[in-house]
Design a protein around this ligand. Structure first.
Ligand code: DGT
Ligand code: MG
Length: 581
């Protein structure tokens, strides 16, 4: 609820106007039966005119009724407009805040929520909260007004009708309470099944190539069906429970109408009340009970909306783990140095220890290569530098300052990472590169692309740099994607450049040209290069050999060939592969 009030605050006057117009609409709805009674009692039956009907009165009251109805419609319209402004406005604000939060999450926080769940939260849950806000403003006012105003109008006709309200009321309350009590827990389940379904859809649509390549469509459709069935079953249960409302309500309503007719006819015989007023009383009782019925709907929206509010609150309350910490900011005066000090790293989601006892000092401008078997922790090691993850123990320093002391955005300006798996946006090649520096001009973009050995093939594309890349870069080859990603990283001009296995899809000649360009044009940048092939790393100033989650050796190619058996093993195995080719 806290969340709802927080976001409604900005629109409180709109909400107030919406409620005021709602009151107007209901007031007019309640006025009509009374006017109808007047037409019957005075116009047709002519009760105060000795039984003589009065056509003029019928016409006059009829016209008045029409005007009043138009007024009521206008009130209803305005109330709907202001309700919408409030609901959509607050929903929009919540959605924006959630998105900002999600953008600030660390990788492990995103993993914890799961992509599917985050999407459901920011779409479906926000919609539910919007419904809730709109119901609170309109529905609640409407229902209370019908109940209070309707009861007052009914009792003002004849106090004895009160007995009927008193009998019908508890029955409706029991009905509503039962349904609300049973459906309430189902709403959380409903949102969770939506999460699961969204996860499956998202994984399969983005991974459609793999699904098809491995002929897994049937399995995946099966997995989808299962999740979908769960959603349908839950929805079915909710609907079944809700369907109890209507029949019980109708039975109560019919008995209540019969009761009104019975009490009314007694009173008419006694002369205590006019026949037209009994008609009005019948309308009033159905308005009152319908108001109660609406209460059930409101409770339903309320419990569904509250389940969603909780899920949104979780997103909003999740502060990024990666936050600037109060640590000394004095550096050692270097620009582009990195130190690892007794670093241990664990992936928290499964508790797997990936790195331990990492001690390494990288000097500004150095080209340091990292080599090691697949899965040995190379990517994990470098992801500690821009603080994609935090070390479990020990420290990582950039320019002599603990990475946790930096504002993460500042740190990431210094450290550029070219990820192992390049991500693309469906826009032009130019804009995909300019992600590295949105202010860069064409010359700078071309220079970066040329160094990344990408300029040539980009110019061969149908529209050169303006060629639009398909979703997730699917219209490019693996090697082309890698080179555009490198161009993006080079354009950013950080102090430290991390290339995580980005040359795996390049032929040796292109790779050599890339390294030559890097050494020539980016000589002052510290380069950390992860590679699988010895050929890619042998010219580096130093090579780190990762083995068993720690640094087994570090030195130049010649030194390592001399003293590191792990390195020699890698070297010989690759030599053999080449010979076999
Ligand atoms: P590569 O790219 O195949 O040459 O392998 P590396 O050396 O880059 O390995 P890395 O650092 O990606 O993975 C090291 C270990 O950590 C490996 O056993 C898989 C595991 N791992 C990697 N990423 C994650 C993650 O996001 N969560 C969890 N729980 N484990 C991960
Ligand atoms: Mg890797």
């Amino acid at each position: 609820m806290k969340l709802i009030f927080r976001f409604m605050k900005k629109y409180w006057y709109m909400a107030l106007l919406a409620s005021a117009f709602m009151i107007g609409e209901v007031y007019i709805d309640l006025l009509q039966p009374r006017m109808m009674a007047e037409i019957v009692n005075e116009g047709i039956l002519g009760l105060s005119n000795g039984g003589k009907s009065d056509l003029n009165l019928v016409i006059n009251t009829g016209i008045r009724m029409m005007l009043v109805v138009i007024g009521g419609g206008l009130c209803g319209l305005l109330s709907a407009v202001f309700t919408n402004i409030t609901g959509q406005g607050a929903g929009n604000d919540i959605r924006k805040l959630c998105f900002e939060r999600i953008m600030s999450f660390s990788f492990s926080q995103t993993d914890d929520f799961s992509t599917g769940s985050l999407i459901t939260r920011i779409t479906n849950d926000v919609t539910q909260v919007q419904h809730l806000i709109m119901q609170l403003i309109r529905g609640l006012v409407r229902c209370l007004m019908f109940f209070i105003g309707g009861s007052a109008a009914l009792l003002s006709l004849d106090m004895s009708f009160g007995v009927i309200v008193a009998c019908a009321f508890p029955l409706i309350i029991i009905d509503v309470t039962f349904v609300v009590w049973r459906t309430n827990p189902l709403f959380t389940v409903l949102q969770e099944s939506l999460d699961r379904l969204n996860n499956i859809i998202q994984e399969n649509v983005t991974g459609i190539r793999v699904v098809k390549a491995f002929v897994q469509e049937k399995n995946e459709v099966g997995r989808f069906d299962e999740a979908n069935q769960h959603l349908v079953d839950t929805q079915f249960n909710v609907m079944m429970l809700l369907s109890y409302l209507r029949p019980v309500m109708n039975i109560v309503l019919n008995f209540a109408v019969a009761g009104i007719i019975y009490v009314g006819s007694n009173q008419v015989q006694k002369g205590a009340i006019a026949p037209g007023s009994v008609m009005a009383a019948i309308t009033y009782i159905s308005q009152i009970l319908n108001g109660m019925m609406m209460l059930a709907m409101i409770f339903q929206t309320l419990s569904r909306g509250l389940a969603s509010t909780k899920r949104l609150q979780e997103v909003i309350d999740t502060q990024s783990e990666i936050r600037q910490e109060q640590l000394p900011m004095e550096g050692d005066g270097t620009r582009g140095s990195v130190q690892f000090e007794n670093v241990k790293f664990i992936y928290e989601d499964n508790g797997a220890e990936v790195l331990h006892d990492i001690n390494l000092s990288i000097t500004p401008g150095e080209t340091l290569a990292v080599i090691g078997a697949t899965g040995c922790g190379k990517t994990s090691l470098v992801s500690l530098i821009p603080r994609f993850y935090d070390a479990a123990e020990g420290h990582v320093y950039v320019d002599g300052v603990d990475v946790r002391a930096y504002d993460p955005a500042e740190l990431r300006k210094k450290v550029t990472v070219c990820l192992q798996k390049a991500e693309f946006f469906s826009t032009t090649i130019r804009e995909n590169i300019a992600l590295g520096d949105p202010e860069a001009n064409d010359d700078e973009i071309r220079k970066a692309a040329a160094a990344a050995q990408a300029d040539g093939f980009i110019l061969q594309q149908a529209e050169g740099y303006d060629t639009v890349v398909a979703e997730r870069g699917m219209s490019l080859s693996g090697g082309q994607r890698q080179r555009i990603a490198i161009a993006r990283a080079l354009l950013k001009k950080g102090e430290i450049l991390i290339l995580d296995d980005v040359t795996s899809a390049l032929d040796l000649k292109t790779e050599a040209a890339l390294y030559a360009a890097l050494n020539r044009e980016y000589s002052d940048v510290t380069k950390i290069i992860i590679a699988q092939r010895i050929a890619s790393v042998r010219n580096a100033d130093r090579i780190v050999v990762l083995d068993g989650g720690t640094i087994s050796d570090c030195g130049s190619h010649e030194e390592l060939m001399d003293r590191s058996s792990v390195y020699r093993d890698i070297y010989h195995s690759q030599l053999k592969e080449e010979e076999a080719l």
